[in-house]
Design a protein around this ligand. Structure first.
Ligand code: PGA
Length: 253
């Protein structure tokens, strides 16, 4: 019912030229891999979008950004609007990633502004939520995620399930090699689903909930088999074509 979303998050890695070669290689590899059961998205640095867009046009690969301004336009030096990202080739945008929350002090209110900016500008937000290790140790992981969802989705309406993607990324699992167990990922996936049901009713059944945090070929099978893990937000492993494709191959058919 929900098409698994295999979303790479390249963070601040690669140049546009390196990315072009990488993408051409991926398209070649895709000639011998059936990916009809999944949706492939690469969330790349914004400088790469307009370079990669013609390469991926009419292929199974879509592009996304990694951040967006909460404003539609204006005197905001250095910021990029949703409309700019869409025009450059993005269909998705990561919003509220823990690295933005941590290093750029993004709070739930700002994240909400970015979710709305995406929706108003034609981008599908991939809204990231997740607890710190200390919050999990204190048994506050579910409350943390619910607080983040409540803040980021306050008054945010959707008209179809495809308008929103949520990524559960426990902060302690990002880039650390530590992965949440598949059962932990499922448990939080179910918490997120139930929150979304309260907010969006039956539309919640179609909203993709991703897991992110050291997802790799060796754990993707188990994670993606879970009922409320509808894909992955993949950092490190998405920079390696073979690993990214191996994760895509692990998605249920
Ligand atoms: P990781 O990153 O797969 O390298 O842990 C995930 C993310 O930050 O989205």
């Amino acid at each position: 019912m929900r098409t698994p979303l295999i979303a790479g998050n390249w963070k601040m890695y690669t140049t546009p030229s390196e990315a072009s070669a990488w993408m051409r290689g991926l398209l070649e590899d895709l000639q011998s891999q059936d990916v009809s059961n999944v949706e492939l998205v690469l969330n790349v640095p914004a400088t790469h979008l307009a370079v990669l867009a013609p390469i991926v046009a009419d292929t199974a690969v879509a592009l996304g950004g990694q951040d967006v301004s909460a404003h539609a336009e204006g005197a905001y030096t250095g910021e990029l609007s949703a409309e700019m990202l869409v025009d450059a080739g993005a269909r998705y945008c990561v919003v509220g990633h823990s690295e933005r929350r941590q290093y750029h002090h993004e709070d739930d209110a700002l994240v909400r502004g970015k979710v709305l900016a995406c929706m108003n500008g034609g981008l599908v937000p991939i809204l990231c939520v997740g607890e710190l290790e200390s919050e999990r140790d204190a048994g506050e992981h579910e409350a943390t995620v619910i607080r983040q969802l409540t803040g980021a989705l306050d008054g945010v309406e959707i008209s179809k399930s495809e308008d929103l993607v949520v990524a559960y990324e426990p902060v302690w699992a990002i880039g650390t090699g530590k992965t949440a167990t598949a059962d932990d990922a499922q448990a939080m996936g179910a918490v997120v689903r139930s929150f979304l049901k309260g907010r969006y009713g039956p539309l919640a059944d179609g909203i993709r909930i991703l897991y992110g945090g050291s997802m790799k070929p060796s754990n993707a099978d188990e994670l993606l088999a879970k009922a409320d893990v509808d894909g992955g937000l993949i950092g490190g492993a998405s920079l390696k074509r073979d690993q990214y494709l191996a994760i895509a191959a692990a998605a249920p058919r």
